[in-house]
Write a new protein. Structure first.
Length: 580
């Protein structure tokens, strides 16, 4: 019995729905440095009416992330679907069957959002126009009010403020740790709903710019990279692809870029327009660096990974926000995330570009390091204007600061770096010889105090990594959960726990801890957490778009466990035999 092919969706080219605006395609060079325009933007501060809530603990930052989401030319196709879903109140507008027409006609679907018939309300969803969240102001209304206030104060003198106010209706939360409980639930639900729909269809993408990521420190794969680049640049391809490889391959002798281009030129020399194609050939082989991935992720339409699971994690690390679809060839050790055989890469890529791909949206975490600030208090001589830092941290309580009542405009912590991670966030003792002491919080509750070598907080994708070695549970990638596992806990009663992805988790070092702790994000950016510092962990609004192979997704995951881990593999028990 043959399986019926899933329906295909033809998405329009990006230029078709990149409408006019402050970040139009014509200003691509300007957009690469547009983060500087928002370096003095304010972080969100929560309403002070509710005593028990997720603490703001935020101050204006010198270099925060972008103030509002740029929807014009910094999105790949998958994230365009996510944003169109959010524009309809978190519910899909008539399914994905007509998504191409709806994307081409209106990027933000502003006209349809005002029509009651155009919105299909999700089960369990709440009309955000009729609901009110007590205690914590909705961030959209907070941003609109802030823009109006700034415009009123500056008058006609500040053109940038006018521009930001004109697009204040497009402002949306960037950091998921700043969302209200309702907003975080709707965001997580929207990602899960879209992932289910994408798993049953094929997206036929308009691929022009191909990004190739090769496993680091593996010279054998450099030859494979050159072979694939030559195939993509060949005259036999119907589409003239622009191929991006890592900049350190430009002068690599084994990659031999000049020799590679000469071989391709020989193919074009036999064609009718050989001179024109030869001139364009050098411009089609380009080089990427980390800065380009950070500032212009929209440049790339498709990512090809050559390596193992670590190479896929590196792709997630390079693209901290928008991640184009990633197709991974198995050229590493294990390969939970690499599903394609490199020996048939020509057939695989031809079919992917011609017939479309099936995409799985993998949950990623947003982790933010929050640094403790010194308190200021009035001098004991009675002068109200005199302030001085409080001596030491012995009188401060991390639990009280995070879930207790906030006092006026006092900000106890400031953000110091945000990371999007695909595998896990680990808070451990680092080089200290003694075990670490940490406090775990969930939303406005203090869960427990942990004395252990560390704590591992993993995504479902990372459940087969450090989480599994620490005694955590295996978890299917489609489960919307957060896995918390202690590493060599001092109390034997600590068992791994599984939390919903709608919770904001915080792991902090108490002020009276004997030593500091260390945090790592997907094994990178290892930072020290001093007493009083903590890390916030929440579901990211930027999932990882992973290209799946044909077949049933659950069966593929179980087969990976059997093949890579030998899961539940044993000799079958013999049956009883009747006595003769």
């Amino acid at each position: 019995m043959t399986q019926s092919s899933p329906p295909k969706i033809d998405l329009p080219a990006r230029v078709q729905f990149d409408g006019p605006g402050p970040f139009s395609p014509g200003e691509e060079a300007k957009s690469s440095v547009s983060d500087d325009e928002y370096q003095h933007a304010l972080e969100v501060v929560f309403d002070a009416q509710n005593a028990h809530r997720r603490k703001s603990s935020l101050v204006p930052a010198e270099n925060p992330s972008q103030y509002f989401e740029r929807r014009k030319n910094t999105e790949c196709y998958v994230h365009a679907l996510l944003e169109q879903q959010r524009a309809h109140g978190g519910a899909p507008n008539g399914g994905l069957e007509n998504i191409a027409e709806s994307l081409a006609s209106s990027r933000l679907a502003e006209d349809h959002a005002d029509q009651p018939d155009s919105v299909v309300e999700a089960k369990g969803s709440i009309d955000r126009r009729q609901s009110h969240t007590p205690g914590q102001e909705d961030q959209t209304s907070w941003q609109e009010r802030l823009m109006r206030q700034q415009s009123h104060e500056l008058g006609d003198r500040d053109e940038d403020t006018k521009k930001m106010e004109a697009y204040s209706t497009e402002l949306s939360p960037v950091h998921s740790r700043l969302l209200t409980k309702k907003q975080l639930s709707e965001m997580a639900w929207g990602v899960r709903e879209l992932s289910k729909r994408l798993g049953s269809i094929r997206l036929k993408l308009k691929v022009r710019n191909v990004f190739i990521l090769t496993k680091a420190h593996d010279e054998e794969l450099i030859g494979n990279t050159g072979e694939m680049v030559k195939w993509l640049l060949s005259s036999e391809r119907d589409v003239k692809y622009n191929v991006y490889v890592e900049d350190n391959l430009k002068n690599n002798k084994k990659f031999d870029a000049p020799g590679l281009l000469d071989e391709v030129r020989k193919e074009y020399s036999q064609g009718s327009d050989s001179n024109g194609e030869n001139r364009k050939l050098e411009r089609r082989l380009k080089y990427w660096d980390n800065e380009m991935c950070r500032t212009r992720p929209h440049t790339f339409d498709f990512i090809i990974s050559l390596g193992g699971d670590g190479t896929v994690l590196y792709a997630s690390w390079l693209f901290q926000r928008i991640v184009p679809p990633v197709l991974s060839f198995a050229l590493g050790s294990l390969g939970f995330l690499t599903k394609f055989d490199f020996d048939i890469y020509q057939e695989t890529l031809t079919k992917a570009f011609r017939d479309g791909v099936t995409i799985s949206l993998r949950l990623r975490f947003e982790g933010t390091v929050m640094r403790s600030q010194e308190r200021k208090r009035a001098e004991e001589n009675g002068h109200s204007d005199g302030v001085q830092p409080q001596d030491g941290n012995e009188q401060r309580d991390l639990v009280e600061e995070l879930i207790g009542q906030e006092k006026g405009d006092e900000r106890t912590h400031r953000p110091d770096g945000t990371y999007e991670i695909l595998n896990d966030i680990v808070v451990d003792r680092g080089p200290n010889p003694t075990m670490s002491a940490t406090e775990i919080f969930g939303d406005d509750e203090h869960f427990t105090s942990v004395q252990a070598d560390g704590v591992c907080v993993a995504t479902p994708t990372g459940s087969t990594a450090y989480n599994l070695a620490a005694g955590g549970s295996l978890c299917h990638p489609e489960n919307p959960v957060i896995l918390v596992t202690a590493i060599c806990a001092h109390t034997l009663s600590f068992r791994p726990i599984i939390l919903p992805d709608t919770i904001v988790l915080r792991i902090g070092v108490p002020y009276d801890a004997r030593t500091s702790s260390w945090a790592s994000f997907d094994g990178r950016e290892r930072v020290e957490l001093e007493p009083g510092d903590y890390v916030t962990i929440s579901a990211s609004r930027y999932p990882f778009a992973n290209v799946m192979s044909e077949g049933r997704r659950s069966e593929d995951w179980v087969n990976s466990l059997r093949g890579k881990l030998g899961w539940n593999s044993r000799q079958r028990q013999k049956s009883y035999k009747e006595w003769s």
